[in-house]
Write a protein of this length. Sequence first.
Length: 169
Amino acid sequence: MTGARSLAERLLILLARVAIGGLMIFTAYLKLKPADGLLASGPQTFALNIKAYQILPDHLVMLAAFVIPWAELLAGLLLLLGLRTRAASLVLCLLLASFTAGVVSVIARGMNIECGCFGSFKLLCSGPITWCKVGENALLLALAAWPLVRGPGLLAVDSLLDRPTQPRV
């Protein structure tokens, strides 16, 4: 196919959108929900996790603890729906790149802390932050970047909105 994406690629982009969008919605939920004792998460826990990185001043820790989960939730929902797909993908790529920079900073400073990204859940890496976390973030970044570069794929609201309309006679 010249110029057009194959059905297989559009399907794979859909799967990437669902995977990364769903994951971001889940992580946002963990950061926003009140701590219940079963899952070590919630806004306070997330703020403490941010503070442990020792990157932001205290007055920005609370702002980040508020903004990041809402950005993850909104971008994740938009990506899942395929609405404003490229913008949502860009937001998630910027978030993941900044998270990765924070992880590399922790490794470079020899800090022994856990990520706190997924509450008590682990994706690929467990324990204190290592280069495994950089690899995990690189994988997530690649998934998030695919719709940014190649478009929304199948079953996207964007595809419905971008259809040319027939002029009325």
